[in-house]
Write a protein that binds this ligand. Sequence first.
Ligand SMILES: CC(C)(COP(=O)(O)OP(=O)(O)OC[C@H]1O[C@@H](n2cnc3c(N)ncnc32)[C@H](O)[C@@H]1OP(=O)(O)O)[C@@H](O)C(=O)NCCC(=O)NCCS
Length: 319
Amino acid sequence: MTKNKAVRIGLLRESEVEEAARIVRLAFGTFLGLPEPTQFMGDRDLMTPRWRARNTKVLAARIDGRLVGSNVITRWGSFGFFGPLTVLPEFWDHGVAQRLLEDTVKVLDGWKLRQSGLFTFAQSAKHVGLYNKFGFWPGYLTALMHYAPATSALAPNGSTPVLLSSVKKSQREEAIRGCARLTNRVDKGLDLSDEIRAVLAQGVGEVVMIESRSKLDGFAVCMIGPGSEGGAKTCYVKFGVVRGGDGADARFDRLLDAIDGFAVSRGADVEAGVNLARRAAYTRMRAHGYKTMIQGVAMHRPHGDGFNRADVYVMDDWR
Ligand SMILES: CC(C)(COP(=O)(O)OP(=O)(O)OC[C@H]1O[C@@H](n2cnc3c(N)ncnc32)[C@H](O)[C@@H]1OP(=O)(O)O)[C@@H](O)C(=O)NCCC(=O)NCCS
């Protein structure tokens, strides 16, 4: 394994969060060739809310005490993923990312997950080769999709969706347990409870839930608002799921409608990712009107499907 002995890895400190967020923008903006690299993702913040959440660890790479890169590692129960992984452009190709990845896999292994993953640029031999060196194997494409719902979406079909922030505080934990039961059916141990708690505690989004006869049919964790991963004008669906089996297509359509209604109520468009192995979910999203903006590849460690399977009705993208 390549070592860059000048690089020290540790946890990102609060005093470094702003600079880490700047490096995220600069690194992606430079890689993508944006005229103003630091404008990457506009008002959206992929670093600060994650640094504050309890289900993440953010690693920092430093040279002589100077922050030169970082990586966010996120845990959803028995599944973990990492990103954004970024290095200051002037230090690219000096082994900094590999030093971060050595410690990243230690964190993932320490969490005793069933599987871990990441989303990356499928066309980049460097990216795929780098992650492959650490045991990640490319699977299906993941599409990052966009949809601008009509204002009429405010009145969705079927029962009215429930917003978790409007559920009485005393009943929220029970609702979160319901979400965990649902994800556990999709993949054993998959659990977004801490992600959901972080979103509500920080006020950086909402959980939109659909029910039938008081039973949870599905939910979507939507990031939106100033300082969030979605920013002011994007309802970013970090994760969405409905119960599989009979009637899953209709449940998924209802969840998409519910997300539209929520997005319109906030004056936002919707952005959601889906892995193309989840054939029905992708097909329903296309039929609903979602269009792919960018596609990348999901990489898995160990090599295997995890919850990127044809029978799974999940939206997420592991960015
Ligand atoms: C991607 C990024 C994090 C890599 O950081 P880095 O510090 O330059 O990467 P490193 O020098 O540690 O590792 C480079 C490795 O890529 C791999 N690689 C490079 N070119 C390759 C190729 N053509 N084929 C296969 N593997 C290749 C090699 O393993 C190489 O290391 P090695 O030569 O020692 O074997 C950095 O370029 C970056 O910040 N890019 C912009 C943001 C981004 O794309 N982030 C990742 C999103 S998933």
